[in-house]
Design a protein around this ligand. Sequence first.
Ligand SMILES: *[C@@H]1O[C@H](CO)[C@@H](O)[C@H](O)[C@H]1NC(C)=O
Ligand SMILES: *[C@@H]1O[C@H](CO)[C@@H](O)[C@H](O)[C@H]1NC(C)=O
Length: 390
Amino acid sequence: MSLALFTAILIRSLRRIFMEDLSFYVPEDLSLEEKDELSNIRRRKKELLDDIERLKFEIAEVMTEIEQLTCVGESKTTQRNKQIAMGRKKFNMDPKKGIQFLLENDLLQQTPEDIAQFLYKGEGLNKTVIGDYLGERDEFNIKVLQAFVELHEFADLNLVQALRQFLWSFRLPGEAQKIDRMMEAFASRYCQCNPGVFQSTDTCYVLSFAIIMLNTSLHNPNVRDKPAVERFISMNRGINDGGDLPEELLRNLYESIKSEPFKIPEDDGNDLTHTFFNPDREGWLLKLGGRVKTWKRRWFILTDNCLYYFEYTTVSSFCYFWVVKDIVSRVYCTPGLPNCFELYNPNHKGQVIKACKTEADGRVVEGNHVVYRISAPTPEEKEEWIKSIK
Ligand SMILES: *[C@@H]1O[C@H](CO)[C@@H](O)[C@H](O)[C@H]1NC(C)=O
Ligand SMILES: *[C@@H]1O[C@H](CO)[C@@H](O)[C@H](O)[C@H]1NC(C)=O
């Protein structure tokens, strides 16, 4: 019940009680004292009724005030959203000025963590500009870079998978010194998430560079001499603090790069880039397999009312991506796995979700999922995905 309605009912019932119990009729057989008492009661009744009227008026005033406040609150949110959009535009033109604008308008806090979070989410931000900002030599920017890599979760990923994720979150700048700082930050985060894989951060750092070079050698058409896996292995002899890395590990990394080059965001100039630039939401999620019931990490992109997911953050590879249409999401609980939600067909519950997939040879096949079960890295991300899909 609303406050106003409640008060109205209260006032009406109080009135009725007074009217009925205290009529103006004065019985003849009352003693003088009783008559006095009665007129006292009548006076008090009048006072009370006046009080009620005053209260009613005050309540009406307060209600109007509350309504006005709500309106102001709402226009404040739109105002805020407009300022955030403005801040993003400014950032894309000049990152320092953009950040300054967001700080001045209390839309960001001046902590490396808060700014890193803003860049990591990257909504509406140009990834080239994110890369430039993170590569700056400024002491504060270095702290932001540090906080930014700490937002990446690399546990249980091999080095190539981790690099794919990292190199998709911004565009690596061209300057050697900037690249160096970023790769160093990457390597130390990787080692922190995967203790015991490498003898030292340096090993990880050197190998990361070797992998980026390998990517170019294998996939740049201008490089004629394509190294074989044996050459890659022998090139990396002794990098593990004088020792060798397991051949198995190097072979896996080599094969992974060979089958799928690193992609650079906003660099592939095909039409999908346009679709995927500025998506409603994108990020890593775990998805329960359709046939094989295991949880697989996939890169999800929500844009134009379609949900896409990929094996890697490589939008331009037409192979192996799924488009899922007309879905709603709701919370779903899986024992042992946190932050789950599921997607289903809102019009025909229990029926197959409209979906299709492109095969490596370009054939398009239809999906046969009735539900998609998904697990997000954090409760907040789960809520945001559910909200965005709605
Ligand atoms: C991103 O920023 C770079 C450098 O300022 C610019 O060359 C590029 O066109 C921008 N990309 C988009 C999609 O606006
Ligand atoms: C990997 O190689 C491809 C093809 O030459 C290139 O477009 C891409 O920029 C490379 N990625 C990195 C991180 O060097």
